[in-house]
Design a protein around this ligand. Structure first.
Ligand code: CU
Length: 177
C-alpha cells in the first residue's frame, strides 16, 4: 500500500501531461461553466445548469425547480443577456453552424438544442446529457457568454426556428467557473 501511495503524484503528473487542456482548465475555469437561472416576470422557475468539458463532449447537468409538471423546451440561446422581463433579450437558439432546429440526438439541430427538461409532480426537473456540438471556453460551440433558457411548453423538435415551446420561464447567463 505504501508504494501505491508514493506512486500517486507521479500518475497524476503523467495524466496532466497527457490531458493538458483538462488540467490547465481547472485553474482558469476554462473547462467548466455555470448558469444560474432566474425566473422571468410572472414565473417561478429557477435553478442551476453546469457545463463541463469532457474530452470532445460537454456534459450538461441541470436542476431546475418551480416548473409546471411535464416537459419543457430547454436550449442554449445566442446572447448572454437576460435583462428583458420575458427573456427575449437572450435572442434565438445558439446556432453557430447554421443548422435547422431539431432533436439533439438525431438529424440536424442547433448546437444549443438540448433534450427537454421533464418536471416531476413537485415541479423539479433534473437532467444530465452529453453534447458534442457544445464546448466550454473555446471553439465554435463555446457556451461561455451565451445563455440558458427554459420554456413553458413542449419542444416539438420540428417547428422552426425554436420548436414552438412557448414563453421563456427562466433565463441564466453562462459564465466560466
Ligand atoms: Cu429556447
Amino acid at each position: 500500500m505504501k508504494s501505491t501511495r508514493k506512486a500517486l503524484p507521479n500518475l497524476s503528473a503523467a495524466f496532466c501531461a497527457l490531458a493538458l487542456a483538462a488540467c490547465a482548465g481547472s485553474g482558469a475555469g476554462g473547462s467548466r461553466a455555470v448558469a444560474t437561472l432566474k425566473p422571468t416576470q410572472g414565473n417561478k422557475a429557477s435553478g442551476t445548469v453546469t457545463f463541463v468539458q469532457n474530452g470532445s463532449e460537454v456534459r450538461v447537468t441541470a436542476e431546475i425547480a418551480g416548473l409546471s409538471p411535464g416537459p419543457h423546451g430547454f436550449h442554449v440561446h445566442e446572447k448572454g443577456d437576460c435583462s428583458a422581463a420575458d427573456g427575449t433579450s437572450a435572442g434565438g437558439h445558439f446556432n453557430p453552424s447554421g443548422k435547422a432546429h431539431g432533436h439533439p440526438e438525431h438529424g440536424d439541430h442547433h448546437a444549443g438544442d438540448l433534450p427537454m427538461l421533464v418536471a416531476d409532480a413537485s415541479g423539479v426537473a433534473r437532467l444530465s446529457a452529453a453534447s458534442s456540438a457544445l464546448a466550454v471556453g473555446a471553439g465554435e460551440g463555446n457556451v461561455v457568454g451565451r445563455s440558458v433558457i427554459v420554456h413553458a411548453g413542449v419542444d416539438d423538435f420540428k417547428s422552426q426556428p425554436a420548436g414552438n415551446s412557448g414563453p421563456r420561464v427562466a433565463c441564466g447567463v453562462i459564465a466560466a467557473g
